[in-house]
Write a protein that binds this ligand. Sequence first.
Ligand code: TXA
Ligand code: MG
Length: 323
Amino acid sequence: MSNSPFISNCTADAIRDAALALKAGHLVAFPTETVYGLGADARNPEAIKRIYEVKGRPTDHPLIVHISSLNQLDKWAIDIPEYAIKLARKFWPGPMTLILQRSEIAGDFITGGQDTIGLRVPNDPIAQALITEFEKISNSAIAAPSANRFGQVSPTSSADVFEELGQYLNDDDQIIDGGNSAIGIESTIIDCTRDQATILRNGAVTKKDIEVELGMRCLENSENPNVKFSGSFEKHYAPKCRIIIDTEEIAGAGFLALSDVETPLGMVRLASPKTTEEFARILYSTFRAADQAGLVSMVVFQPKGEGLTVAIRERLGKAAQGR
Ligand code: TXA
Ligand code: MG
């Protein structure tokens, strides 16, 4: 994958070509509005095996299957509760993944042997076009984890994907360029296999959004000790440099905070997002910039309050725990 790795001209031909590559068992990294995904045919065990190899990810960690619309839902899932349909109608296409009981066509090799499956309809136009085209020619869908090495920072541009995975990809694999991810952090994951919706990972669809839509309380994983969530006990989203939260004045450290927070003396300001949305959008690229600058540590003043800030603090907490 050494020469001209990015497909940036997303004509109908290019999308068709990428769909054909998926059909032939190759990998296609593609943009979504959350982060870039590393896609493969969700019904091809060999192709899925390569996702795990390229990511360096343990095979008991399940993958999210990306479908084009709500109409594909009952192909991949069974026993879908009414509240899950409500959420899907409201927030798809968008930054939300639903965990449901899997159907027969969802193999052990995508679910990590679990009897549940993660499903998402992304909103990004290139993702939409690719998934739709692939469904047309394959009677399948696109399984895709974030396109980074296991435990590392998710990519929010095609260049990030190449930096993470370029050396592990083959000449027949592709990376589709769709600019910078609009949201910048991964989708909200909601377990819909029990009586009440349970958030397993926070994201741009917030707890309040869910509760307003459903008219009932939504649990969080910590409130429900029965839910095991792979990945939740490990280091994740971590750059090489040490992330330190809400601590002042470490001379020479990188610094990230909302624009109304002044830079403490002696620190290297890396970004000044004006809003929570911008904070989420630039978070991972700022981690990468800190590593590229060779910084040993980076201090982050967390945005406070509810909504998207919850997801930002969740990622920062894991990144800080990583070192
Ligand atoms: O925004 C996103 O969700 C991105 C884009 C590419 O769609 N994808 C993403 O995938 O973040 P990944 O694999 O990096 O993270 C998905 C998380 C993993 O921690 C996985 O364990 C969890 O979702 N997951 C997937 N299927 C699951 C299931 N059946 N039960 C519980 N957790 C599941
Ligand atoms: Mg990931």
